[in-house]
Design a binder for this molecule. Structure first.
Ligand SMILES: Cc1ncc(COP(=O)(O)O)c(C=O)c1O
Length: 381
């Protein structure tokens, strides 16, 4: 026997190890007598994460994907060529672009409706196959009644799929499947991760056949989450409700604080009706005063505790301009149709001390205002 052969077969026998947390199963394949098969199909770390999220949402099944976008993509694969896809008018910029590209490629009819209004709901096409929307929406945090949409869609076509991107509400505060949606999906990169260090997507369903179709699609596309990312996400989920509590309580105070600031024209906050949406996390939008818009960069540079960039829903606070960030892939005309101008700012409150965040926002707004030569009307104390 050559040592180079033996070296390849050395394994620690971990059957008696009983680790206090599940180790990372960083393996592509499992032996023939294992309950698992190949990590492109499933993996213990992925399965554990799926079980955690399914329990949170109270769903029968969960599937984890490499990113939120890959989760959405794999759901789109359920649409038949030449089918009819309806999306809500207010939606994440990359999702919007994906729907446009995908529909064009498979010859599907793409209909963009404002499902936040009764008028929009009345315009559902008679051949509808799939309806996708976020609630609260990105941007503007408008709410859509999941039950009303599901009822209207199923009346037209009982086989049509209602898909809710529940990323911003989270399963703690909204459970779309309970209100008639067929699919609830997430960018796990946001609140599930919460630490800006891992990407992922989750799709939740109750229907067994739908689950099997998605499972098959994931297996053949190779879009499953990696074991390491699943492990990181599973670890993050242990502090998920605690983090959400803190995001929520900070946002609740910030809402009236922001409304009191003279630099802000409007604060967007979702409708927590206590029925469909029973709470909310840490992301709001504001319209800054029109004379301040050109000085947005002064504001972000002056902020001490708010990071810039596309990250959000994490432990640290973030500021972003949808026009140049989350919706940058859309044309200026498409952005204008959605109502996105340069004065729209997204604020994500992290887990920092509330007073520190208030103070930071105030001084940054004042710095920005000083650039337009207007005296600040507030006492920094
Ligand atoms: C509502 C929503 N859905 C989906 C995505 C895409 O998720 P990911 O970035 O994990 O691919 C995002 C990303 O910002 C989002 O905000």
């Amino acid at each position: 026997m050559n040592i180079s052969t033996e070296m390849l077969h050395i394994r620690v026998d971990d059957r008696e190890a009983h680790p206090s947390v599940t180790p990372i199963y960083q393996c592509s394949a499992f032996s023939a007598d294992s309950a698992f098969f190949y990590s492109r199909k499933s993996n213990p770390n992925v399965t554990e994460l799926e079980q955690v999220v399914a329990a949170l949402e109270n769903s029968e099944y969960a599937l984890a994907y490499a990113t939120g976008m890959s989760a959405i993509y794999m759901v789109l694969e359920l649409l038949k060529p030449g089918g009819s896809l309806v999306i809500n008018k207010y939606i994440y910029g990359c999702s919007y672009k994906l729907f446009q590209r995908y529909a064009k490629r498979i010859g599907a009819q793409l209909t963009i409706l404002d499902l936040t209004t009764e008028d929009g709901l009345n315009k559902l096409p008679p051949e509808v196959d799939m309806v996708i929307f976020e609630t609260p929406t990105n941007p503007f945090l408008k709410d859509i009644d999941i039950h009303d949409v599901s009822e209207a869609v199923k009346k037209i076509n009982p086989q049509a799929l209602v898909v809710v991107d529940n990323t911003w509400a989270t399963p703690l505060f909204q459970k779309p499947l309970m209100f008639g949606a067929d699919i609830s999906l997430y960018s796990a990169t946001k609140y599930f991760s919460g630490h800006s260090d891992v990407m992922g997507g989750l799709v939740l369903v109750n229907d067994h056949e739908l689950y099997n179709r998605l499972l098959e699609g994931r297996f053949y596309s190779g879009s499953i989450l990696t074991p390491h990312s699943a492990w990181l996400l599973r670890r993050s989920m242990q502090t998920f409700s605690l983090r959400m509590e803190k995001h929520s309580s900070t946002t609740a105070v910030m809402l009236s604080y922001l409304q009191s600031l003279p630099f802000i024209e409007h604060v967007y906050f979702p409708n927590i009706d206590g029925k469909q949406l029973v709470g909310y996390g840490g992301i709001v939008f504001v319209d800054i005063r029109s004379d301040l818009v050109d000085h947005y960069k002064v504001f972000t540079s002056a902020l001490k505790w708010f990071g810039t960039g596309t990250g959000m829903a994490c432990v640290t606070s973030m500021v972003a301009q949808p026009f140049s960030g989350s919706h940058a892939s859309m044309s200026d005309q498409e952005k204008a149709e959605m109502g996105i101008g340069k004065g729209l700012v997204r604020l994500c409150f992290g887990l920092e001390d509330l007073e520190d965040l208030k103070e930071d926002l105030l001084q940054a707004f004042q710095t920005m205002e000083s650039r337009v030569g207007i005296e600040s009307v507030l006492d920094p104390a």
